[in-house]
Write a protein that binds this ligand. Structure first.
Ligand code: NAD
Ligand code: MG
Length: 385
């Protein structure tokens, strides 16, 4: 019986994980410790009742009474607020899914690692903001981080037992998002609704818009560097509109190992859940003949300046990742709220990086969570419209 917790259970990734656990309910394989969510109390309470969770936590203190009422008679405890999220992450668990969106996911994930849990990491923001901090916490507690982002799960699987020393390059694929084929001059007028559609994946709104701007892929490049310990020049991005190949690992002997599969997050989540074994998952089979062909293009950095920024961030090191992520989150908030245009997000992030780097430089890697959160706040203020 493995004890598991899901942070961000009510979101797109979280709900896919809940779906997998539900399918194995009755096998006695899992005991659910904590489930967390945001404003959707009804969904959180329904999940907690269904999975007989020990505790359900909403991020919002003002919703505690609602959550209590929704859980009445269920045997599941209710709690609310950021401190309650940390307390939930301190409850002993064998496997913890980090699927909160944004840098709000950093503290709970780090806490789970410090307690020795395996951290299944969907929250890429954590590695972008504080990769060295997370890796040190995992090492100190004798545990590990497993990738849940589909491209990183694909790299992890394609690498297998091969040594990193034999790896020449790692290529992650990008669908190109909502505006892949739009004329460039239309992008400035792109609406939030238009940016919130994705050709292949059903995901939360924020990551869907980040796919249209390629900030998602930019974050994933940094995530790959932090997760696998690659050099920046080893990481490539190729646009692959079909999203069937998720990543490729190319070796010094000329061999390239690709990972293929239907675009369904339950594969990457389920792979981490069953690791180091493989378990049956409700994911569609690949039918390559029906697909007919797979296509690839070079990413266009005029259309997607975020990819260039990712390289600059890796070059700068230190706190640049935390600044990049926070400025991106702020610019995205401002785009969603109608304060800035779609095409203003990248310049905001670039200007924020320049401004904070000019003030203080990005020199040192983060030593503690507090430092990361301070830089995060400073970057949000600088980036705000
Ligand atoms: P989502 O918006 O669907 O869900 C986010 C979850 O986080 C919800 O449970 C929400 O209640 C919770 N949340 C939001 N703000 C919070 C806060 N301030 N404090 C605590 N909880 C908060 O997002 P998603 O698409 O499931 O993505 C979650 C994470 O996984 C993101 O980091 C994303 O980049 C990553 N990811 C998602 C996908 C995908 O297919 N959706 C794929 C790869 C990686
Ligand atoms: Mg991804």
């Amino acid at each position: 019986m493995r004890r598991i917790s899901i942070f961000g259970a009510t979101g797109s990734v979280g709900a896919n994980c809940v779906d997998l656990i539900r399918r194995e309910q009755g096998s006695g394989a899992y005991r659910v410790v904590a489930l967390t969510g945001g404003r959707n109390i009804a969904r959180l309470a329904e999940m907690a009742r269904d999975l007989q969770a020990e505790i359900a936590v909403t991020a919002y203190p003002d919703l505690l009474d609602d959550l209590r009422a929704a859980l009445a008679g269920s045997g599941t405890e209710a709690a609310a607020g950021p401190e309650a999220l940390i307390a939930a992450a301190q409850r002993p668990a064998d496997w913890v899914l980090s699927a909160i969106v944004g840098s709000a996911g950093l503290a709970p994930g780090l806490t789970a690692l410090q307690g020795g849990s395996i951290l299944a990491l969907a929250n890429k923001e954590s590695l972008v903001c504080a990769g060295p901090l997370l890796r040190r916490a995992a090492d100190a507690a004798g545990t590990r981080i497993l990738p849940v982002d589909s491209e990183h799960s694909a790299v992890f699987q394609a690498l297998g037992n091969d040594s990193l020393d034999s790896v020449k390059t790692v290529t992650i694929t990008a669908s190109g998002g909502a505006f892949r084929d739009w004329p460039l001059e239309r992008l400035a007028a792109a609406t939030v609704a238009e940016a919130s559609t994705h050709p292949n994946w059903a995901m939360g709104q924020r990551i869907t818009i980040d796919s249209a701007s390629m900030f998602n892929k930019a974050m994933e490049v940094i995530e790959a560097k932090e997760f696998f310990g690659l050099r920046p020049d080893q990481i490539r991005v190729v646009v692959h509109p079909e999203s069937i190949i998720h990543a490729m690992v190319s070796h010094i002997d000329g061999g390239t190992i690709a990972h293929l599969g239907a675009p369904d997050m339950r594969h990457a989540i389920g792979y981490a859940l069953h690791w180091p074994q493989r378990g049956a998952l409700p994911v569609a089979d690949l039918d390559l003949a029906a697909l007919g062909r797979l296509t690839f293009r070079e990413p266009d950095e005029i259309r997607w300046p975020a990819l260039r920024l990712a390289r600059e961030v890796m070059q700068a090191g230190g706190m640049a990742g935390a600044v990049f992520n926070a400025a991106k989150e702020q610019a995205l908030d401002d785009f969603i709220a109608g304060r800035i245009a779609f095409t203003e997000m990248s310049p905001r992030v670039e200007n924020t990086l320049s401004a904070l780097s000019a003030q203080a430089g990005f020199a040192a890697d983060p030593d503690d969570l507090q430092t990361v959160l301070e830089w995060d706040q400073a970057a949000r203020q600088e980036a705000a419209a």
